[in-house]
Design a protein. Sequence first.
Length: 470
Amino acid sequence: MTGWMTAPQRTVLAVAVVATFIAFLDGSVVTVALPAIGRELGGGLAVQQWVVDAYLLTLGSVILLAGSLSDLFGRRRVLLWGLLGFAIASALCALAPTSAILVIARGLQGVAGALLVPSSLALILGAFSGAAQSRAIGAWTAITSLASIAGPVLGGVLVDALSWRWVFAINLLPIAVALLLVRALPADAPHRPGARVDWAGAALGVLGLGLPVFALIEHPRYGWGSPLILGSLAVGAAALVAFLVRERRAAQPMLPLTIFRARDFSVGNVATAFIYGGVAVGTFALALFLQQGAGYSATLAGFAMVPSSIVLIALSAYFGRLSGRVGPRLMMTVGPLVAAGGFALMLRISRDADYLTEVLPAVVVFGLGMAITVAPLTATILGAVDPARSGIASAVNNAVSRVAGLVAVALAGSAGAAMSAVAGFHELAGAAAVALAAGGLISAAGIRNPRGVSGEPAETEVSRHHALLR
């Protein structure tokens, strides 16, 4: 299993997996603790929503800055900052005496989580190349996907057996493991002389991402016509435009717009928007319909998607290896089309939603499609840019997938009560299938296989460009 990795590469992969697992787990584990938090700290539904939303908001807002910091100061250093910050914020969550302090601590967790994911993937890109890089990202995808299954289960056990506070305190154990592993990583290369943080770009980027994310999260509570929501969207859009103008003119931009000249990076991010937008709206619609329309309990509705996660975990590493041999274009075309077929199968789901004959086949086909897609998609997008920019490249891709998911769910939420009817669910499942199929067709038309797809080291578009300049 690990014969294709050296000992230092195994350490890098272990660090990347543990660090990312921590961030992903915290996004899923807290949901089951919300009722217990509400009973102890009060504040009603609004506080419970903000315990979730504060994490999502800061994570989405800061991720571009985090990717830039990773490139500027080094992956090892920024990963260390993220782990220490996450430990402190987790302890604050566990000890929070009031709901206000808990929400603030959750926001700090999101900031620390933003530091973890881009740095983790950048570590993998720096340590692996060619087919081995695809295999490593496949293994990273498979193991970190366990967070989606382990989160609700672990959270439920901790809440029932101990207290909701242990949902946050338990983070300290994997963080301690990750800190020990980080010590074994080689020191970061010295950063460029005179390099500095683009603070103006960072501020505009945080506003440009954060305010629209806030509006998308909060519009169900305030309504699209609320001055708060409209104002957030308007100011956020203006900040995003100003951010792009700033980055085009800055001597040392936080987000070098030249990375979008890499064809696979640009096309891959467009495909990401369609793929993850489709996944978000489809899974959201299924979970809601199973409870409101078919009468499933919240627990059963949560477990309904578990088979897709199992398929993803079992096969991601295999398809990552296969992509390294045959090239990503085929995987990125076939995978989304198969996942789209899973949502198309959901059009067979009736009002009673029999699990074994109607739901399970669709969920398994969807999981297979995502297993084919995720590792090649990630490896292709991040492998298309100069490794020195892999941190910001990872951050861009994370931002695209998160914002696409939020937009899709916000648009789906406008269906409201229609979600509980079979026709409304079928409409959204069909829309998810169309979005995923579009992602596959975009990949087929735009993705280029790198040279050396037979297991030899593959060149990125950037490396080929550099070779021509020599």
